[in-house]
Design a protein around this ligand. Structure first.
Ligand code: CMX
Length: 132
């Protein structure tokens, strides 16, 4: 198996404006930029942390999965994302193995990546993303 790296950690926040200063100014992470991901109903701030990034996720509508998460559990770590190669084949393999997938086919994520989520119920409570 290839040496998979942690692509990013997603953190749900109520307000990017309120939370970016901690990561950028206090922790000293470079702010890579902001992006609207309409399909996911979030606006993200991306901060570089070594080879990985931190994605702060602010919901842009009340029916965003991140708005639901914050409403239920408060702000905090929302998902882990691993960089993979051959995401389509990997998803097919996981699906055939009986893993509970949120996405059987990849969808569009930040930075032009193709992403898919594995349900937290199947992973011990951690929403897990594959991205390519
Ligand atoms: N981490 C861990 N558990 C989570 C979770 C998360 N991020 N989000 C929801 N859950 C848990 C809930 O607490 C709940 O658990 P209980 O049944 O024990 O209460 C259960 O999963 C179901 O949650 P829900 O509030 O009823 O929400 P839904 O079932 O409607 O949706 C999920 C949950 C994970 C399927 C949905 O949030 C989803 O599809 N997420 C993937 C998409 C996403 O999060 N996009 C934003 C990120 C964008 C990006 O990075 O590009």
């Amino acid at each position: 198996m290839s040496n998979r790296i942690l692509d990013h950690i997603g953190i749900a926040v109520r307000s990017l404006e309120e939370r970016v200063p901690f990561y950028r100014d206090t922790m000293g992470l470079a702010l890579v930029g902001y992006e609207d991901i309409a399909e996911q109903k979030v606006r993200v701030a991306i901060l570089q942390a070594g080879e990985s990034t931190i994605e702060l996720l602010e919901p842009t509508s009340e029916d965003s999965p991140v708005a639901k998460f914050i409403h239920k559990r408060g702000e905090g770590v929302h998902h882990l994302a691993f960089k993979v190669e051959g995401i389509d084949a990997l998803l097919q393999q996981m699906d055939q193995g009986g893993l509970s997938l949120i996405d059987r086919c990849p969808r569009d994520g930040a930075h032009g990546k193709r992403i898919a989520f594995i349900h937290p119920k199947a992973t011990g409570g951690v929403l897990t993303e594959l991205c390519e």
